[in-house]
Design a protein around this ligand. Structure first.
Ligand SMILES: C[S@@+](CC[C@H](N)C(=O)[O-])C[C@H]1O[C@@H](n2cnc3c(N)ncnc32)[C@H](O)[C@@H]1O
Ligand code: SF4
Ligand code: SF4
Length: 369
């Protein structure tokens, strides 16, 4: 991250600090835009509603370009291309390239990587994208079952590894995104080890049926994650992290995940995610957050008018204090600016050190013959 970006983020979190403690109505403009290029998809994940209904009459290439120009003027400094599966749009790379040329400094892609062939990857890198989340929901059979397609794991992970091969050359930020749900909770430790083997940071995402892409009775069933299964999986990840914490979620992230399904809100942690991101859906709806629907459309109002409207400001004050239905979207970001979580992590690391020292002393005092 450049120094300018670091300052911008620090300023953003400083404003959130003021908003939380002193000025609840302080207007904090978003820095990042989440663009749902399409709500259609080439997979059929049990956790997702996208593929269950065809989405038609989505924004055209020119309409998205107009959106990108407005975002650059706002200014928005990072755009996340997502969906649905963004790469099924034939103009996806054109839009990524346009975003950079329009003046948006950083572009990110969320993808199932099925279409991230070497040729497509080269075009995406040439378009300036330097940050990627690739979804992997379990080892081979589990992933294929969840994603509704035989061979999906092999293809996705082959493309993920091709991407990792380019990481140093282009300075890429790549994360393996695992969405924890009932069908794969016991696979979490295996995925943690895979992430360590491939040296790719693991993002532990938590299933929800409350956000707009995922509202479906079949998804609701997947949110029924067993207490014991979750506790056991998280304990195993912690044990893996005790030996080597690299590439794994922070200790405080794991603690949050353990509480999530009992308390979707965890209100002591305000929602920074809802303040950071401006959501723009595939038909132009704009505003809201992951779980609260937008009230405007880019076809009717300029983005600046939306962001500065009294309605948007009121809604966002409400979402920040989690007067909302609750979801785990980017809980990790919400935790990162809480000093308490860093103290928690530090204490955990110190405890590890202490145990290690005790183990060494014990080995010296009681040598094995
Ligand atoms: C909706 S997908 C869009 C990008 C792309 N199609 C993909 O699968 O990576 C974005 C992320 O949402 C995750 N996801 C799927 N179902 C979810 C659910 N019910 N709750 C939370 N996240 C979910 C996916 O695993 C993926 O990592
Ligand atoms: S999670 Fe991604 S790949 Fe799976 S159906 Fe939803 S949009 Fe498609
Ligand atoms: S936690 Fe609440 S405010 Fe934040 S994204 Fe989820 S529903 Fe929206």
């Amino acid at each position: 991250m450049s120094i300018a970006d670091t300052f911008r983020l620090c300023g953003f979190f400083a404003r959130l600090w003021l908003k939380e403690r002193v000025l609840p109505d302080l207007h904090v403009r978003p820095l990042v835009a989440e663009l749902f290029l399409t709500e259609n998809c080439n997979l059929r994940c049990v956790s997702c509603a996208c593929w269950r209904h065809a989405s038609e009459d989505e924004l055209s290439t020119d309409e998205w370009k107009n959106v990108l120009c407005q975002l650059a003027r706002l200014p928005i400094y990072k755009v996340n291309f997502t969906g649905g599966e963004p790469l099924i749009r034939s103009d996806a790379v054109e839009l990524m390239e346009f975003a950079r040329k329009a003046g948006i400094r950083r572009t990110h892609l969320n993808t199932n990587a099925i279409l991230l062939t070497p040729a497509k990857l080269a075009a995406i890198l040439a378009a300036g994208v330097r940050s990627f989340n690739i979804s992997v929901d379990g080892p081979t059979a589990v992933h294929d079952e969840i994603r509704g397609r035989n061979g999906a794991f092999e293809r996705t992970t082959r493309h993920l590894r091709d991407l990792l091969d380019q990481r140093d050359r282009y300075g890429l930020k790549v994360r393996l995104s695992f969405t924890l749900m009932r069908s794969n909770v016991s696979s979490l430790p295996a995925i943690a080890k895979l992430a360590q083997r491939w040296h790719v940071p693991l993002y532990l995402n938590l299933i929800t049926d409350r956000t707009f892409l995922f509202r479906d009775p079949a998804v609701a069933e997947e949110t029924q994650v067993g207490h014991e299964a979750l506790a056991s999986a998280l304990k195993q990840v912690e044990e893996i992290a005790r030996k080597d914490p690299r590439w794994l979620p922070r200790y405080s992230d794991l603690q949050y995940a353990a509480r999530h399904f009992d308390d979707l809100l965890q209100c002591s942690v305000p929602c920074a995610e809802s303040q950071l991101k401006l959501m723009i859906h595939s038909h132009g709806e704009i505003g809201g957050c992951w779980a609260h629907l937008p009230a405007f459309n880019v076809k009717e109002l300029s983005i600046e008018q939306v962001v500065d409207s009294a309605h948007y400001r009121r809604e966002h004050a409400r979402l920040f204090r989690k007067d909302c239905v609750g979801c785990g979207s980017n809980y990790s970001l919400n935790l990162r600016w809480r000093a308490r979580t860093h103290v928690e992590d530090l204490l955990w690391h110190l405890q590890l050190r202490k145990l290690e020292v005790e183990r060494r002393i014990d080995a010296v005092q009681h040598p094995a013959f």
